[in-house]
Design a protein around this ligand. Structure first.
Ligand SMILES: Nc1nc2c(c(=O)[nH]1)N[C@H]1C(S)=C(S)[C@@H](COP(=O)(O)OP(=O)(O)OC[C@H]3O[C@@H](n4cnc5c(N)ncnc54)[C@H](O)[C@@H]3O)O[C@H]1N2
Ligand code: MOO
Length: 460
């Protein structure tokens, strides 16, 4: 199990992950091949794909369908593995999805409490002020009698038989020490009655709610030390390529690894636990060993997806009898990206090595897969008009970095497959259909986690 949690008791009345998924909003999952009446011989046969690699272009999956396939793959995983909810301490729960409703364990407030610093007063003015006072965090105070007042702090328990709280700025005392109000006193004023926010047992949040910082605060206020949540998906990153340096400047044909530093925090922003980042070079045996011994839910590889002499991903997937669910996508950059089922409940996402192509694969395949494993709802799709024309690919979707300015998306330069300069300045990627887009044409936008706000910025 993850270091973040332990398995919930078998007798928990919690929903399992599949049931949680049914409750969260997945309304932008597109219909899959089955729903559209399409067939796929590799899937229909139920056997792993062990045939020689076909022409990747021929089998490339349309971009929207690739995303839907990735989300569906996660759904079949949760069914197969019956992933059980976990009990997670609050400090480790940020970004998880609730698998049990958050029901109040107490009334809130749990006692009648003063909303202001001042005096608790009983009956009409003037009042004799008692010598003692009532501070927050103390037990029951003795009752007041009419004509009595006692100093009270915000958050302190209201003494029995109190009429109202008089704010310190609304009272004055005469030379005999008697207290008067400088404003009308309304019975009950500045008293927060017990149960004003909720009664014990009230549902504060439903199954499927995302654990945000505010949810952590609410859970703590309502008496929780732990929450019952969908387990965080576990991903391992395998960085391929002998040409990669981990420090210093590029030299002698060697370049810096841009993906090792980029992917783990990006995956964490998707609610994932990154179990390891391994550099496996261009060594086929090391890659085989790393894939077959990983216990992560999702193995993410970078590079080696094409058909070059040291592109080992396809041969190894064939060797281990993995089922290729997506083998190339009609998207630029990143068209050699792939998704494979390596065992019944483990997947591999193969990201192309070109860095922006890897971002494209991350958003196209890894995000829907991992988001669905985490039982997070799909973000609401939205569009904005493009300020400038965007050159299109004749047949493939393009993902183009944009900044959002007012109600327009402004396409950025430096959007080539090997470049990160555009996306590093971007708020989102615009989805440009085959053939391109005119100025003013509406384009779907994929928010980048740090730009969309919300839980994404928390990098759990
Ligand atoms: N004959 C063909 N060659 C290529 C095709 C094709 O269709 N036919 N597709 C091209 C496209 S498009 C892409 S994208 C790449 C995908 O290549 P791989 O996934 O096999 O990646 P590599 O060959 O290992 O690397 C490509 C490129 O990216 C650099 N790289 C790799 N890893 C990193 C990293 N962690 N950080 C920074 N840069 C990285 C690598 O040095 C190469 O320059 O294939 C094309 N070829
Ligand atoms: O699809 Mo590749 O990403 O053009 O470079």
């Amino acid at each position: 199990m993850t270091p973040h949690g332990t398995r919930a008791g078998e007798d928990a009345e919690d929903l399992d992950v599949e049931e949680v998924l049914a409750l969260v909003n997945n309304n932008n999952d597109l219909p899959g091949p089955a729903e559209r009446g399409e067939t796929d011989s590799r899937r229909a046969s139920g056997r792993p794909d062990t045939s020689p690699r076909p022409d990747a272009r021929h089998h490339a999956t349309p971009w929207p369908e690739a995303r839907a396939t990735a989300a569906r793959a996660a759904r079949s995983t949760t069914r197969a593995a019956r992933r059980r909810p976990v009990t997670v301490p609050l400090e480790a729960a940020l970004g998880l999805t609730l698998a049990a409703p958050l029901d109040a364990l107490t009334d809130l407030p749990s006692f009648d409490t003063s909303a202001m610093d001042g005096w608790a007063v009983a009956g009409p003015a003037p009042w004799d002020v008692r010598d003692d006072g009532v501070l927050a965090g103390h037990g029951a105070h003795e009752p007041l009698t009419d004509g009595e007042a006692v100093r009270i702090a915000t958050g302190a328990r209201i003494p029995p038989d109190t009429t109202a709280v008089l704010r310190s700025e609304h009272g004055r005392t005469d030379e005999k020490g008697r207290l008067y109000a400088t404003r009308d006193v309304v019975p009950g004023q500045d008293i927060r009655p017990r149960g004003q926010e909720c009664r014990s047992g009230d549902q504060l949040l439903p199954v499927g709610a995302l654990v945000t910082p505010a949810v952590l605060g609410l859970a703590a206020a309502a008496g929780y030390d732990t929450v019952t949540a969908v387990p965080r998906p576990r991903a391992e990153v395998l960085v391929l390529g002998d040409e990669l340096l981990t420090e210093g400047r590029p030299h002698d044909g060697l370049i810096r690894d841009a993906l090792g530093p980029m992917l783990p925090p990006w995956l964490r922003a998707l609610g994932v636990e990154v179990t390891a980042v391994r550099r496996v070079g261009d060594d086929a045996e090391a890659l085989h060993q790393a894939i077959t011994t990983s216990d992560a839910d999702v193995v993410v590889t970078t590079g080696g997806t094409a058909a070059g002499p040291v592109d080992h991903v396809h041969p190894i997937l064939r060797r281990i009898g993995a089922e290729l669910l997506v083998d190339g996508v009609k998207v630029r950059p990143g068209h050699p990206m792939l998704l494979a089922r390596i065992t019944e409940n483990r997947h591999l996402v193969g990201l192309p090595g070109n860095p922006l192509a890897a971002v494209s694969g991350l958003l196209t395949l890894a995000e829907p897969l991992l988001r669905t494993l985490a039982a997070r709802p799909a973000p609401e799709p939205y569009t904005l008009p493009l300020r400038d024309a965007v050159h299109g690919h004749p047949y493939d979707t393009r993902l183009v970095p944009v900044v959002l300015r007012g109600d327009q998306a402004v396409p950025l330069r430096y959007n080539g497959p090997a470049m990160l300069r555009g996306v590093a300045a971007a708020d989102a990627l615009a989805v440009v259909p085959p053939g391109g887009a005119r100025p003013g044409q509406e384009a779907e936008l994929l928010d980048l986690p740090w730009a969309s706000g919300g839980i994404g910025v928390c990098f759990t």
